[in-house]
Structure formats: structure tokens, C-alpha cells
Design a protein around this ligand. Structure first.
Ligand code: NOJ
Length: 461
């Protein structure tokens, strides 16, 4: 047994994460219907190189190899998502037996290998029919469609799966899909994101209610993304700006599931464009998570007025709805950046974990994503991914310090990503994997970070 400066850890999930559209491929097999991403990828100018997830990492066929590699990595948990259109090709109706069979094989293989499955029910691959015929997340009816789909999954897999995540990054669905328009359905504006967010929260609430009433056992939560916002100066204005930015980010989707309403600062600033929870809706969403998921990637400085040093990054990072928050964001020239231009600031991660524990007292936290994109044009550079190795060491140390020294109830860490995959609008150009997936033949090759993460896990089991 290895001891680190943090001592040994028991009952902790060390895992990796992926999502269905990003890795599966097999898009026309097993009765799968099209998702909004299958269609979006075919619109010129939307996705780099007009890439798509038709083949991706081909995990639909190669999952036994992927599980074997996870075993070698030493993880005891794997977070993956179910493709809604594999279970219901149009988003409604009976469960598709072939879709159920595919995930049964994956779940059983994970369990045989001592790897605990964490299932995400929605990682953005909405059945296309729900979008085309029913207006997708803009239509309140989707809240019942999602709950019905979730229940099919609980019934099929709930005997073996005890950790569930309803939604992945609803912030991205709302802001990127309906605010800036970079994600499907590609709409822009400053009102629809709030309506869509409201429907996402109600869909989450209805799914959780079915889970709890069904008595499946286990726990269920939501994965919200958030960067850290550090006050640029110690002035009350800058501290308020940073606080406001995190409330608009993490609080938007977490306050309702914990407290039953949006943050007060959002209600004041967004005004009539922010939907109000009815008494019934409030009762539905309040307390609708057993744990809080956190996807975390970056940190920025926040201030009330633009910094004088010229490091302002403008409205970027505010999701295009910066007028509602009015927070100025800036970087430090000292910060190293990933290939996504996200800043590598492990102390920001630790501060965010403290912020979450302080605001949402008593809620366990799972870090459901954290990882680093590196420029890796060839096999050689991928196998010497020093930046990712340093990133993982820095961020896991920060998390362990939050756990051990600050007493934060963090129960798991999922490195994004198990392997290089389809990185949404970036196509296959951004690589976040611990394993390189060779373009063309899809051969899996562990990178240096694979072994570094294995050591971190072994040292902190
Ligand atoms: C968050 C998303 O959940 C995931 O799909 C994506 O690949 C990573 N961030 C990296 O951008």
C-alpha cells in the first residue's frame, strides 16, 4: 500500500468518463435513431472538417477492448452515457431491445472487471425526431418524455447500476444551443436559454421522482459544469463580481435542485426573462439530487470593471449572455493554457470545491469531469503528453487537499477522457484522452498520462 502526504483513501471512486456520441460510432446499428448531433454535423460550417460521430472510437464494437484498458488503468469506476436514440429511436415509445442489450453487455463486463458503472442519461444526443417534430427542449412536453426514457433505463439497468446522473452540463445545452448557437439546434438569443434551462431542470426533477418512487436503490444526481472565478482584486465590487459569475454558472442549475429556486442575483438581473418556478415545480426540483456532479476545466479572474493590464478577454467565457451578469473576465499571463485555451490553475479547482461545499452544505460532490487537451499531431507527441501529466498531478493534488485538509466531501474523480474522441464542434482536432486513438485504424495506445494517472490511483487507493 502506498501512502501519500494525504494518507490513504477508502471508498473513493477513481474513474474515467466518456459519452455516447463522442465514442460509440455504430450510429445506424441496433435500431438507433438519429440524434441532433448526427444532423448538426452535416450542416456545412458547423463542425470542423464536417467530422461526425459515425465511427468515432467505434466503442459500439470495441468496448471489450476499452474495458480491458480501464482494468489496466486501475480505475474502479467508469462514467459513460446512454444514447437516448438507441433506447427510443424517436425519443418516445417502447424500449428498443437491441439498445438495451448493448448497454447490458457493457454494464455486465464492467462489473465482471470490478468497475462500477456511473450512467449519464443525457449527454446531448437528443433524438432528432423530438427536435424536428416537437421543438426539443423548448417544448415543456419534453420533461415527460425525458422522465419516461429515464424510467426505461432504470427498469432495464437499475438492478446493477446504482449511480445515475440525469443531465450532463445543462448549461452547455442552454447557452451553446440557444444562446450563442454553436451547438444544436443552433439558435441564438438571450431568452430561450433560460426557458430551455427551466425545462431541463424540470426534466431532471421528473426523472429523479420516478427513480425514487421506483425504489431502484442507489443514488442520483446532476453534472453541472463550472469554471472558477477569482476576484481580480480584494475590492467588494470585484468579490461580488466573482460571486455573481459563479452563481450564474453553477448556481443557475444547482440552486434549484438544492434550494428550489434560481439564485437571487439571477432573479434580479434577468427579470421577466427568467421563468419562475410554480409551487408544484419548486416541490419537484427542490432536493432532487443525492449528490452534486462537477465538471471543471478552467479559471478566470473576475472584476467589476475591465482590468487596466490589458488581459481582458471580453465576453468570452460568459456564454454570450454577459449583459445579464456584467462581469469582466481576464487571465494572468503566468497561467499555462491547454489546447482549448483553458487555464491550468489547480488552486482554482480547490477554491471552487470549497465554494460548493460552503453553499450546498451536506451534499457529497463527485468530480464527474476534469481533464486537459494537448496538441498531439502524431503518436510520438501523444505518448509524451507531459502537460497532461502535470495537469493530472496538479488537479488531483488540489482535490485531495480539498478533501483531506479542507474537509470537503468529494467522493469521486473522473478523468476526462478515457480516450481521444469526437470533441463536438472541434471534430477530432482536440485530444483529451489518456489513450491515443490512432486516426484511421483506431488502434488504442496508452499515453504517458495513462501511467501517471494509474500511479495516482495506486498511491491514493
Ligand atoms: C465537457 C463535456 O461534457 C464533454 O463532452 C467534453 O468533451 C469536455 N467537456 C471537453 O470539452
Amino acid at each position: 500500500m502506498c501512502f501519500t502526504k494525504f494518507g490513504t483513501i477508502t471508498n473513493f471512486f477513481w474513474g474515467t468518463a466518456t459519452s455516447s456520441y463522442q465514442i460509440e460510432g455504430g450510429v445506424s446499428e441496433g435500431g438507433r435513431g438519429w440524434s441532433v448531433w448526427d444532423a448538426f454535423c452535416r450542416i456545412p460550417g458547423r463542425v470542423r472538417d464536417m467530422s461526425n460521430g459515425d465511427i468515432a472510437c467505434d466503442s459500439y464494437h470495441r468496448f471489450p477492448e476499452d474495458v480491458a484498458m480501464m482494468k489496466q488503468l486501475g480505475v474502479n469506476a467508469y462514467r459513460f452515457s446512454i444514447a437516448w436514440p438507441r433506447i427510443q429511436s424517436t425519443g418516445r415509445g417502447e424500449a428498443n431491445p437491441d439498445g438495451i442489450a448493448y448497454y447490458n453487455r457493457l454494464i455486465d463486463l464492467l462489473l465482471e472487471n470490478g468497475i462500477t458503472p456511473f450512467i449519464t442519461l443525457y449527454h446531448w444526443d437528443l433524438p432528432l425526431d423530438l427536435e424536428m417534430a416537437h421543438d426539443g427542449w423548448l417544448n415543456p412536453q419534453i420533461t415527460d418524455d425525458f422522465a419516461a426514457y429515464a424510467e426505461l433505463c432504470f427498469k432495464a439497468f437499475g438492478d446493477r447500476v446504482k449511480h445515475w446522473i440525469t443531465l450532463n452540463e445543462p448549461w452547455c445545452v442552454s447557452v451553446l444551443g440557444y444562446g450563442s448557437g454553436g451547438f444544436p439546434p443552433g439558435r441564438t438569443g438571450d431568452t430561450e436559454p433560460y426557458i430551455v434551462a427551466h425545462h431541463l431542470l424540470l426534466a431532471h426533477g421528473k426523472a429523479v421522482r420516478r427513480f425514487r418512487e421506483g425504489g431502484y436503490g442507489g443514488s442520483i444526481g446532476i453534472s453541472n459544469n463550472c469554471d472558477w472565478r477569482e476576484p481580480l482584486t480584494d475590492s467588494p465590487e470585484d468579490r461580488a463580481a466573482a460571486q455573481r459569475a459563479v452563481e450564474f454558472f453553477y448556481g443557475w442549475f444547482t440552486d434549484p435542485v438544492v434550494f428550489g429556486d434560481y439564485p437571487a442575483v439571477m432573479r434580479e438581473r434577468v427579470g421577466a426573462r427568467l421563468p419562475q418556478f410554480t409551487a408544484e415545480e419548486r416541490a419537484l426540483v427542490k432536493g432532487s439530487a443525492d449528490f452534486l456532479g462537477l465538471n471543471h476545466y478552467s479559471t478566470l479572474y473576475a472584476s467589476e470593471t475591465p482590468p487596466e493590464n490589458g488581459n481582458d478577454i471580453g465576453a468570452n467565457g460568459n456564454g454570450g449572455m454577459s449583459d445579464d451578469q456584467q462581469v469582466c473576465l481576464s487571465v494572468s499571463p503566468d497561467w499555462e493554457q491547454t489546447d482549448m485555451q483553458w487555464n491550468i490553475v489547480p488552486w482554482g479547482f480547490r477554491k471552487l470545491l470549497n465554494w460548493i461545499a460552503d453553499r450546498y452544505k451536506g451534499y457529497p460532490v463527485y468530480v464527474t469531469e476534469n481533464g486537459c487537451a494537448c496538441p498531439e499531431p502524431d503518436a510520438m507527441s501523444a505518448q509524451h503528453d507531459d502537460q497532461r501529466c502535470r495537469f493530472l498531478k496538479g488537479y488531483t493534488d488540489a482535490m485531495l487537499a480539498a478533501r483531506k485538509e479542507d474537509g470537503i466531501d468529494v467522493r469521486g474523480y473522473f478523468c476526462w477522457c478515457l480516450m481521444d474522441n469526437f470533441e463536438w464542434t472541434h471534430g477530432y482536432h482536440k485530444r483529451l484522452g489518456l489513450i491515443r486513438v490512432t486516426p484511421g485504424n483506431l488502434e488504442r495506445i496508452p499515453k504517458a498520462s495513462f501511467y501517471v494517472y494509474r500511479e495516482i490511483i495506486q498511491a491514493n487507493r
